[in-house]
Design a binder for this molecule. Structure first.
Ligand code: NAD
Length: 487
């Protein structure tokens, strides 16, 4: 898939043309990847109206019919997996293996959502007056979903599959960088499986229109819930607007994740985890390793193994070779930001042990040592293939350095002592922590989400269902409730 011709955006079960288009470029060489419909405020209102009109019937379906749709979607994704893999490469600049992972993970998400629908249970409560007292879950209405470009298909699906199977209807707005993988791909899939019109809608728009479109997706009275994954700056403003309208939202943001390598770790395994965690998808994963903390006793032997692995990673256009594990960064802005962080670190005394070269949007896998807290690469999310390595002496020191950030998404600890790993994980201020693995982990039935400035709410499994269902208390009086005789 070198070029993609969209049929429009997808609203009310129809492919619809906007009055303008915007260009989606292949980040590998800047060539046109797709000319995409630039939906505006009025297009967005119509998509929300369609979702609102479809809600009652969708919510009233036996849940097993919604489950059937999830399984049909998973099967249709399997049928289209080669298209998706090529698009992950051409639209998003991702390595072939990243495309394979995304295609596989998507199917699991829809199967997991199907399973979660069977567990969408309520509760029977004790009642002081002998009532039958129950708490039940109901879908809310239209859920708006705004997704990022870095793992666009997986992150869109993770956000909408669970609310959808719970009986909500969806308006999805993918990133302008990845309108196909993050949105139109799903419109094609849902169209192909015959999802009822209006149940699932995709509005594509440019950065010029995103302010108005984004506000409508939050403020429109028919929208009852908001899912957002993206940067902390935009997420904060979305959460504030959702709060002003008293709407539920689940917000997943950036990270500055640490991987801690203790002196009793298996060093070959740790070096592989560091290499994968730091450089998978050019470091453009919210859970990428952004601080590599290495115990001073094994610093040298670990670094030898890490350098050897990192220096073998090939940089290049992912569509030209499956060996190009390091593709381009998504756009010039991201590349400039990563370049600034590398230059700032080197100017302040850091050393590039491996890599360090930036050529347009291509950045080599880079290992920086001599990193200090005054450097941008220590303080800010990098979102590029840069691994700052910092030695430590005690577990308490490693925990303190890991926690020295406003973010709190994920973390990893390598040790042969599971008790020690659990004690360190306990001290880390992150929503997720993985012992003997990198911070990059995502399973659709697990609670995924961050602490501190990395977000609020959890996606996945029953947590994903609970976010976008309303809990209602219902009672049946059976003669035990005494009303004051004065009445
Ligand atoms: P971004 O915040 O720039 O964009 C995210 C989405 O928000 C896009 O769809 C964009 O069009 C939309 N948007 C932008 N301005 C908006 C507005 N005013 N109103 C409504 N929507 C608006 O982020 P990005 O550059 O696409 O993604 C990279 C960031 O996402 C990184 O910081 C990364 O760490 C984070 N991220 C977090 C997770 C997670 O699960 N925690 C996952 C992936 C990415």
């Amino acid at each position: 898939m070198g070029y993609y011709e969209p049929k429009g955006f997808y609203s009310g079960g129809r492919w619809t043309r906007a009055s303008r288009k915007f260009e989606s470029l292949n980040p590998a060489d800047g060539s046109l990847w797709a000319s995409v419909d630039d939906a505006d405020l009025s297009d967005t209102k119509k998509a929300i109206e369609s979702a609102h009109s479809a809600f009652a019937d969708w919510a009233a379906l036996p849940f097993t019919e919604r489950v059937d749709y999830m399984l049909k979607i998973a099967a249709e994704i399997e049928r289209r997996r080669d298209d998706l893999i090529k698009a992950v490469q051409g639209e998003g600049g991702g390595w072939f293996g990243k495309g394979v992972h995304e295609a596989n993970a998507l199917q699991e998400i829809f199967k997991s959502a199907a399973g979660a629908a069977y567990g969408n249970i309520g509760e029977v409560l004790p009642s002081a007056s002998g009532k039958m007292s129950i708490a039940i879950r109901r879908p809310m209405g239209v859920v708006a979903v705004i997704s990022p470009w870095n793992v666009p298909a997986l992150l869109s699906a993770r956000q909408f599959a669970f609310p959808l199977v719970a009986g909500n209807t969806i308006v999805l707005k993918p990133s302008e960088e990845t309108p196909y993988c993050g949105g139109l791909f799903f419109a094609e899939v849902c169209d192909a499986v015959g999802l009822p019109a209006g149940v699932f809608n995709v509005v594509t728009c440019s950065r010029d229109n995103v302010g108005a479109v984004g506000d409508e997706l939050i403020e429109n009275p028919a929208v009852k819930g908001i899912c957002f994954t993206g940067s902390t700056a935009v997420g904060r403003s979305i959460a504030a607007k959702a709060g002003a309208h008293l709407k539920k939202c689940c917000i997943e943001l950036g990270g500055k994740d640490a991987l801690i390598i203790c002196e009793d770790a298996d060093l070959d395994h740790a070096a592989q985890l560091a290499n994968f965690g730091s450089f998978m998808h050019q470091g453009q994963i919210c859970m990428s390793v952004e601080k590599l903390l290495v115990h001073e006793k094994i610093y040298e032997p670990f670094m030898r193994k890490f350098r050897e692995r990192a220096s073998k990673l090939k940089v290049g256009d992912p569509l030209k070779s499956n060996d190009h594990v390091i593709g381009p960064l998504i756009n010039d802005k991201q590349a400039a930001m990563v370049k600034e962080q590398i230059e700032d670190a080197l100017a302040k005394g850091a050393k590039a042990e491996v890599g360090g070269k930036v050529d347009g949007r291509y950045v080599e896998a880079t290992i920086l040592t001599g990193v200090t807290p005054d450097m941008l690469v220590y303080q800010n999310e990098t979102f590029g293939p840069v691994a700052p390595v910092i030695p430590f002496r005690t577990d308490a020191e490693a925990i303190a350095i890991a926690n020295d950030t406003p973010y709190g998404l994920s973390s990893g600890v390598c040790t042969s002592n599971e008790q020690r790993g659990l004690a360190i994980a306990e001290g880390l201020q992150t929503g997720m922590s993985h012992i003997n693995c990198s911070p990059i982990n995502d399973e659709p039935n697990a609670p995924f989400g961050g602490a501190k400035s990395s977000g609020v709410g959890r996606y996945g499994g029953r947590w994903g269902m609970e976010n976008f269902t309303e809990t209602r208390w219902i009672t049946v009086e059976r003669g035990g409730k005494k009303i004051p005789p004065a009445f």
